[in-house]
Design a protein. Structure first.
Length: 93
């Protein structure tokens, strides 16, 4: 999935995990990598996605980390269908 910026990436992350939690046939999901791939690409195939929670210099992708926190705090409520509207958490560094 292509996204235009980190805010859209965080929204996509929340949608992916929330959809997985709400689906009765899915028992779990995971995030591909903690660290993103180098901009110049991997050695073998040149793949260079921003698929981590931090970049290659360990700089956090704050928006995605905050999205993961928001979902994690309420994942059991989402899974059980007892979720209620919650205020948006603010990004922290």
């Amino acid at each position: 999935m292509r996204v235009k910026d980190q805010a859209e990436r965080a929204t996509a992350y929340k949608g992916f995990v929330t959809d997985a939690l709400r689906h009765p046939n899915i028992v779990g999901c995971h995030w591909f990598s903690c660290r993103a791939e180098p901009t110049t690409g991997r050695t073998l195939d040149g793949e260079n996605y921003q698929n981590g929670f931090v970049d290659v210099a360990d700089t956090p992708y704050t928006e995605t980390i905050q999205a993961a926190r928001e979902i994690s705090y309420h994942l059991y409520e989402i899974r059980s269908g007892t979720e209620t509207a919650r205020p948006q958490l603010t990004a922290q560094r």
